[in-house]
Design a protein. Structure first.
Length: 523
């Protein structure tokens, strides 16, 4: 190879290498620029995303802040409303307390004025008596000086005779005036008592209890009755044995009635029989399980009722046994009036009467509520329910004044405290309100027969009439055998005998009619 050829080849090779390097460098430069553009795009996208997230977070924070502010505003509004309601209640309570205080202050002022008036009249009478004594002394001296000159009797005997005469006259006059004062005082007391009772009745707003204690269970069909009673009434016999009651079946009316002296056992039998009617397949062991379940539910309800009446009357420290007996009164009725609700009524009324007279309101509620507690156990213990209940609460820690009020509310013990008389009054108000009590057909017939027998048992009675469904007994007497004075005595004797021999709710009016006839014939 010649030198020129070698140089040409070398130059071409160098030019090719240079061109290759230049092409490679150009390609690398393009990749770098593309990578830079891509990196810039990625950075721009990241920045935009960060800005969007920051904007969203700011929006979320703003929204959350607004929600918190709205919630705080609502909470603040509710709190302000609650505060306003509390302020209204406080203001209402303050007004009520102010009104009660004014009423008590007015009552106390009236009593003070009455006592002051009575005291002023006594002072006036004493002054008049002293004046009369001075006049008597002057008259005695005058009469003595006159009689010394004219009378032949002994001076001392005349003085004693005159003194005795004047004293008798003055004593009679003073007794008449004191009797008039006492009558006025008694009339004023009766007016105040009527006003207090009227105020108590108007303030008493407890709901009326319509329960009458009718324990009938009705069967929907003869098939259901037969299924419940079982073959040869074996299911019925098992139920009677487990509950300790008698169950009377009326096949014509498709009904059953539970009978027994213990009111809780009666309710146990009624509830068990009612649940038994809903069973489709009845087995002896299932009856026992059902009775046990009903018994547990019943005892739980009795305890809850005892706690409920304690809470309603706002009493404290009642013994658990006392509360349990109060709950058992829920199934005890007297003249068809539920005794549980009756005791609650008497508790409220006795508390209201106590507030009218300025006595302890809670003591009045407690004595009124407990007054008929003995009726929940009088079927198993001898004696009147007032004595039984008083002995029971005394045994369980009640105070002597409460025990006395319970024992004396039917005069088994002579009432000697204000609380005892208030319990008697509250008991009478609760039992005498319209619709509170009613008699059954048997007791009504016995009452009518007893009234007619008592009215006809007295001498001089011609006819006996019973009016107003037994609330009035009217007797017509022989005017030749009974005069006006005897007619008055006869009405008292009849009323006293009715009180001793009959048991009845409310009052019975006794009217004696004495007819006077003047007969003459025209010829």
């Amino acid at each position: 190879m010649t030198f020129e050829l070698w140089w040409i080849v070398s130059a071409a090779l160098l030019a090719g290498i240079s061109l290759g390097v230049l092409v490679a460098w150009s390609a690398r430069r393009g990749q770098i620029l593309a990578a830079e553009r891509q990196a810039q795009d990625i950075l721009t996208a990241v920045q935009e995303k960060i800005q969007m997230e920051e904007s969203e977070q700011k929006q979320e924070i703003l929204t959350y802040k607004e929600e918190l502010e709205a919630r705080m505003e609502q909470d603040m509004q509710r709190t302000l409303e609650r505060i306003e309601r509390l302020q209204e209640k406080v203001a209402e309570a303050e007004r009520s307390l102010t009104e009660d205080f004014k009423e008590e202050e007015e009552l106390l002022q009236k009593k003070r004025s009455l006592v002051q008036s009575f005291s002023d009249r006594l002072k006036h009478l004493e002054a008049r008596m002293l004046k009369k004594k001075e006049q008597v002394r002057e008259l005695k001296q005058r009469y003595v000086s006159t009689l010394k000159a004219s009378a032949s009797e002994d001076e001392r005997a005349l003085i004693e005779k005159l003194k005795s005469k004047v004293e008798n006259e003055e004593r009679s006059r003073i007794n008449r005036e004191l009797s008039l004062i006492e009558e006025d005082f008694q009339l004023d007391l009766e007016r105040q008592a009527r006003r207090a009772i009227q105020g108590v009745i108007n303030r008493f707003a407890r709901p009326y209890c319509p329960e009458r204690g009718i324990g009938l269970i009705n069967f929907s069909s003869p098939e259901q009755m037969q299924r419940t009673l079982g073959p040869d009434r074996q299911h019925l016999k098992d139920l009677e044995k487990l509950c300790g009651v008698d169950i009377s079946i009326n096949e014509e009316m498709l009904s059953a009635q539970v009978l027994g002296f213990d009111p809780v056992r009666r309710e146990l039998g009624r509830a068990s029989l009612e649940k038994l009617t809903k069973e489709k397949q009845i087995q002896p062991e299932k009856i026992e399980t059902l009775v046990q379940k009903v018994k547990k539910d019943l005892y739980r309800k009795i305890e809850n009722d005892g706690k409920k009446i304690e809470k309603e009357l706002q009493l404290k420290d009642l013994h658990p046994e006392v509360k349990r007996m109060m709950g058992a009164l829920r199934y005890r009725y007297s003249f068809a009036q539920n005794q549980y609700f009756h005791c609650a009524e008497v508790g409220w009324l006795c508390g209201l009467l106590s507030s009218e007279l300025g006595l302890d309101v809670l003591a009045g509620r407690r004595a009124g509520m407990l007054h008929d507690l003995g009726k929940s156990m009088d079927h198993s213990i001898d004696g009147g329910h007032a004595v039984i209940g008083a002995d029971f609460i005394e045994k369980h820690g009640e105070k002597p004044d409460i025990v006395h009020a319970v024992r004396a509310h039917h005069y088994d013990e002579t009432p000697s405290t204000d609380l005892a008389f208030l319990v008697i009054a509250a008991d009478a108000i609760s039992g005498a309100r319209p619709g509170a009590r009613r008699s059954t057909a048997d007791s009504y017939s016995q009452k009518m027969a007893g009234l007619e027998k008592i009215g006809s048992s007295f001498k001089g009675v011609l006819n006996t009439y019973i009016l107003s469904a037994g609330r009035e007994l009217r007797v017509v007497v022989n005017s030749h055998q009974v005069d006006d004075r005897k007619a008055l005595e006869l009405s008292r004797e009849i009323a006293h005998k009715i009180e001793e021999e009959l048991s009845y709710p409310g009052l019975i009016k006794v009217t004696v009619v004495r007819e006077t006839q003047a007969v003459e014939y025209a010829r």
